[in-house]
Design a protein around this ligand. Structure first.
Ligand code: SF4
Length: 1021
């Protein structure tokens, strides 16, 4: 694991597109006292004017800079064979130029014409970049690329990644200016160029952020790519150091393609007959082939609805034959049938094979309750598993239905660590899946738009109806494998019976991460391929991000086997699984289990309209609109038919392979071969030997999962707490417990809270039923998922992740009474405290580290100072900061309220104001009297009427009084004793969308409650 992904919108302050063009100083040279001059651009996309200035750099800079223009074109008459010498010449020219004093090299393909072919700009750029690196000259010059071929974000990202410090997309600009009169809006040329540059800049920031890279300067030349289907010698020569798992074409084929394209462009045949229609993003006639076609969708739906295995075979034939169109890597593999097949009757029955199947992680919210629960019922009937996706689950689904069915999702996902991840949710799981990334959009979060957040969805997610929910990149608070190990440990503690799964994205290096995950004691790992995902995936992620699961799975299997870790972790492959053949190939490459997402949705009725994010799904799947939901006609029986058909196909393959049990197939790559004679000139050099490699290991080393992990739960302090709290757990009798605590005691409280939630649900126990007084230093995740009715009082200090996922409990931390430290000036709790808290309260006498209350959706917390990124992505709850708050406070905060004591008057500078407003707190509070005191709106109990009606004075004072009561805080005492003087120094941080939604709710409630003429309130939970 390296850097976590960044949110390029909410965390823009750490990102930069500034690029320097020109020679770089030698940072290690002791005598480089003279600063080297470099040209600075605020972003790397250059306009026509910028290019003109660069061409005349010498004139503009009094000779400090000297630019040289090198053409990437060569005579068309040389044909494909001419590209290699042309590249060699280009590299030699670049070297000569630098040796003669040129310090800006401009590579251009402007001269392309009927007589001149352009070397692909990326190839030329990478070749020159690496040639200069090898010659020891790269830092003596800048590299600028002027090309007609850069159009999409990925083109720019590749050029940057292979060394371009700036790029001028001349043809893209010219095209835009050419179509200007046809644009829907009348905008001048300058504005057109400006908007295009802005769009590409945003795209680049997103691409960089996925890899946790925050500046263009770091991204430039970093080569954060992997090649698929390029020959190793070719990569070594021109893209030196880029990993390539599947060997394929070399310079010869690349040149041939360039020549073909040139011929098409300058042919005399009519254009309409020759131009490539594209169709990479959306289906076009004669365009790129797509995996799901109207025909395959119709066949699958017909087969599963009619229960016809024969029709299913027609569907799978259509899919499996896609190898002809080179749509998937696995399509190119050949399964070697055995000379001694076994009778089908002797092969493991389908009812056992389907237990290895799971449906993909699609949250309730992104799809309707009907579609979600239909999948769950189907999977529960067959003994497979459905996956919640992270979006909470309605507790009514935990109890079986009258007919014996169950709507409970066996896999509960923990993605952003909020949105309904309560203790009750966690204990009602067979698998708990930590989503580190999503195959279809690695490094990206998501967003549930406000119009999809219905009352029901808001209730399940513990948020506010109508307020959009931003998911940051999953777990971008996890900075190391240790952080991940901690989360695995936390989840195992809260639900010891569940397997802990980690979802990773297929890419080069995933095997190493998977080995880390196995050592971090995950029971299960998912390798997710690049081509899954819904229609909500952004276009920049539909292509070019992630890699096929075949590559990631093969690497994972090899690494785990080599490190003797495979036996203790189950491996699942996921990403556009469609047929029995897909499953068999997955098994042979090393998967124990399989995830299916799109295919079951198609079975439920999805017609791949790709309008999932618009709430207009015509078949009632990806919508919360009650009228559209009526159109849903998926049935569990259809889904069950699908999985049994797939399993039957698997059996047929197993018979042909000569294996009787599924386990025998796992990891048997010797049964795979490259499909003989794929008829495409570019497929000829494909070589899968790296994927099919079987590490030589001693006999007895496991190649599939066969033993459990040892989570070392026996050492948990919670066993002692549970024993001492037995009266409370059994009969709600209050208990008080005293305990020492040391920093080796991690995740204290999670197992106890799991026991509470298992018995009493999210409501938990009556307030303060279990009161534990700790003394000492708490380890990580103190009070994680603390359930309602449990109070943890700690005299001492605590590490990171205190109160993670707090689910109704109360946390109190204060320094030892004899300690001489001044609490409001010293850190008492670590980073990422109250991460994803759902409800409950926390009082910290002292300062917190960074990311305090990130993703809080309903808890109340008081602290005496916080580091950077406080209250990030908060969606509910109340936070009081009785001291200084660090930078980027409230970034992405769409709900809840924070009150910050701003004694210096400079909080505005550190608050991210993109989604919130700052306002003073009024002294008088007539509304409170009118409303009848503190209370809450709506049933989910997390929306406080005070947040709307101007009760701030009373609310804030009440919370600080409790802080004083529980912690004895001197700071609280001072503030309360001088309330009139301190109140004007408080700043209220109010999210704009939250205010709107709350006002609407208050009005609606007021209307409902007439003639009572008052707002009904409920007691705090
Ligand atoms: S029919 Fe379209 S909008 Fe509905 S789930 Fe399928 S792809 Fe999404």
């Amino acid at each position: 694991m390296t850097n976590p992904p960044i949110d390029p919108i909410r965390e823009q302050l750490v990102m930069s597109l500034v690029s320097f063009i020109g020679p770089r100083p030698n940072l290690l040279s002791p005598d480089s006292t003279e600063p080297v001059m470099r040209l600075e651009v605020s972003q790397p996309i250059l306009t026509f004017e910028d290019m003109e200035k660069l061409r005349r750099a010498s004139t503009f800079t009094q000779g400090h800079f000297k630019s040289d223009i090198l053409s990437m074109c060569y005579p068309a008459a040389w044909g494909a064979d001419g590209m290699e010498p042309a590249l060699a010449q280009l590299c030699a020219d670049a070297e000569d130029a630098v040796r003669k004093g040129t310090n800006i090299i401009i590579l251009t393909d402007r001269e392309v014409s009927v007589d001149a072919i352009a070397i692909p700009a990326l190839l030329a750029t990478a070749a020159v970049h690496h040639h200069l690196v090898r010659a020891g000259l790269r830092t003596r010059c800048g590299l600028v690329v002027e090309t007609g071929s850069a159009r999409e974000v990925h083109h720019f990202a590749c050029l940057a990644g292979f060394g371009a410090e700036a790029i001028h997309p001349n043809l893209a600009f010219a095209t835009l200016l050419d179509i200007k009169d046809g644009l829907p809006q009348k905008i001048d040329e300058k504005e057109i160029v400006k908007r295009y540059i802005k769009a590409i800049g945003k795209g680049l920031l997103k691409v960089m952020s996925k890899m946790g890279i925050s500046t263009y300067q770091s991204y430039c030349g970093a080569q954060i790519f992997e090649a698929v289907g390029l020959a190793t010698p070719f990569v070594e020569k021109y893209f030196t150091g880029t990993p390539t798992a599947v060997d394929g074409i070399g310079l010869e084929e690349v040149a041939e393609e360039a020549v073909r394209m040139h011929r098409m462009a300058y042919t005399e045949a009519p254009l309409y007959d020759q131009l490539d229609p594209g169709g990479e993003y959306a289906y076009r006639v004669r365009g790129e082939a797509h995996m799901w076609t109207p025909d395959s969708i119709a066949k699958l739906q017909h087969a599963t609805r009619a229960g016809s295995f024969a029709t299913f075979k027609e569907y799978s034939k259509l899919i499996d034959e896609q190898s002809e169109k080179l749509l998937t890597l696995r399509g190119l593999f050949r399964i070697q049938e055995s000379a001694t097949p076994v009778p089908l009757a002797e092969v493991e029955p389908a009812k056992d094979i389907v237990k290895r199947f799971a449906t993909g992680a699609m949250s309730l919210g992104s799809i309707s309750h009907e579609a979600h629960s239909t999948l769950a019922i189907a999977m529960n009937r067959i003994g497979g598993k459905s996956n919640t996706g992270e979006g909470g689950e309605d507790p009514i689904r935990y109890a079986p239905l009258a007919n014996g069915d169950s709507m409970r999702s066996a896999i509960k996902q923990v993605a952003a660590g909020r949105f309904g991840v309560t203790t009750e949710y966690l204990v009602n799981a067979d698998d708990l899946q930590i989503k580190m990334a999503q195959g279809a959009k690695p490094g990206e979060g998501g967003q549930l738009p406000g119009h999809k957040v219905s009352k029901y969805i808001a209730k399940v997610r513990h948020t506010v109806p109508g307020v959009g929910l931003i998911s940051p990149p999953p777990h971008h608070d996890i900075y190391s494998i240790e952080d991940l190990a901690q989360l695995i440990h936390d989840l195992k503690n809260v639900n010891p019976a569940a397997r802990i799964s980690v979802k990773l994205v297929s890419e080069i290096g995933v095997g190493t991460v998977a080995a880390g995950v196995a050592k971090a004691k995950a029971d299960h790992v998912t390798i997710s391929g690049h081509d899954g995902g819904t229609g909500a995936s952004p276009l920049s992620s539909v292509k070019y991000a992630g890699s096929p699961w075949e590559i990631g799975l093969a690497e994972t299997q090899q690494t785990l086997v080599l490190n003797k870790l495979r036996g203790r972790i189950a491996v699942q492959a996921d990403g556009q699984m469609k047929t029995g053949r897909d499953v068999v190939i997955g098994a042979l490459l090393g998967a124990d289990e399989f995830g299916f997402a799109t295919a079951p949705l198609v079975v439920e009725g999805c017609i791949m309209m790709r309008k999932c994010h618009l709430n207009t799904c015509p078949v009632g799947i990806a919508t919360q609109d009650p009228e559209l939901i009526k159109m849903f006609d998926g049935k569990p029986e259809h889904v069950i038919n699908y999985f049994f058909f797939v399993a039957e196909e698997v059996r047929e393959w197993m018979a042909k392979l000569g294996v009787r049990t599924f386990s025998e197939m796992i990891g048997r790559t010797e049964l795979l071969d490259v499909r003989a004679g794929v008829e495409h000139w570019k497929a000829r050099g494909l070589d899968f030997s790296k994927l099919f490699y079987r590490p030589p290991v001693a006999a007895g080393v496991a190649i599939r999962q066969c033993e459990p992990q040892d989570h070392k739960l026996a050492m948990a302090l919670d066993h002692d707490l549970i024993a001492k709290a037995s009266a409370a757990l059994a009969s709600k009798r209050p208990v008080a417990i005293e305990s020492r605590i040391y920093n080796r005691n991690r995740t204290v409280g999670a197992m106890l809270s799991g026991e509470v939630a298992r018995r009493y649900g999210h409501a938990g126990l009556p307030e303060d039923t279990i009161h534990v007084n700790f003394k000492g230093t708490a380890g990580q995740s103190f009070g994680a998922w603390l359930a309602h009715g449990v109070t943890f009082e700690l005299e001492g200090d605590a590490n990171d992740y205190v109160g993670k996922g707090l689910s109704g409990g109360r946390l109190i931390v204060y320094p030892p009474k004899e300690s001489p430290i001044v609490p409001e000036e010293n850190i008492i709790i670590g980073n990422t405290v109250m991460y994803g808290a759902i409800s409950g309260e926390a009082y910290f006498r002292g300062v917190a580290g960074e990311r305090f209350c990130v993703r809080n959706s309903g808890a109340t917390a008081v602290v005496e100072g916080v580091g950077d990124h406080g209250c990030e992505y908060m969606t509910g709850g109340t936070v009081v900061v009785l001291g200084t708050a660090g930078r980027n406070f409230a970034a992405g905060m769409s709900g809840g309220i924070a009150y910050v004591l701003d004694e210096e008057g400079d909080f505005t500078q550190r608050c991210n104001l993109s989604m919130v407003e700052l306002e003073p707190i009024p002294e008088e509070d007539h509304a409170a009297a009118h409303a009848g005191g503190n209370g809450e709106l709506e049933t989910h109990g997390k929306v406080q009427i005070d947040h709307v009606a101007g009760h701030d004075d009373a609310t804030l004072k009440g919370i600080i009084q409790r802080h004083l009561l529980f912690t004895g805080s001197e700071r609280a005492r001072r503030v309360l004793e001088n309330w009139a003087a301190y109140l004007p120094k408080f700043v209220k941080v109010m999210p704009l969308e939250y205010r709107r939604a709350l006002s609407e709710m208050a009005q609606e409630q007021a209307r409902r409650e007439q003639p009572a003429q008052r707002v009904e309130v409920r007691a705090n939970d």
